[in-house]
Design a protein around this ligand. Structure first.
Ligand SMILES: [Zn+2]
Length: 80
């Protein structure tokens, strides 16, 4: 059975979390509804990088390769 795509509001677009050009599919788990303007900024900044590649870039470029900061921030935010 084919899943129905959720309707977008006027200023929204669909963002592939793993880009389709990188093998990402169009299942709901890989799609985020985002504001069109923010979507343009996202791709201007990160092109078609995957989330893992973006985090790796940020850690290595701005956080001196200190992954413990990322882990601590993740734990504080999502593990309660
Ligand atoms: Zn996108």
């Amino acid at each position: 059975m084919k899943k129905k795509k959720k309707k977008l509001r006027r200023h929204q677009s669909r963002h592939h979390i793993i880009p389709s050009s990188r093998g990402g599919d169009s299942r709901l788990e890989n799609i985020a509804k985002v504001q069109i303007k923010g979507h343009q900024f996202y791709h201007a900044l990160f092109s078609n990088q995957t989330p893992d590649e973006i985090v790796e870039y940020l850690v290595n470029t701005y956080w001196n390769g200190q992954w413990d900061h990322v882990k601590r921030a993740y734990d504080q935010r999502y593990k309660k």
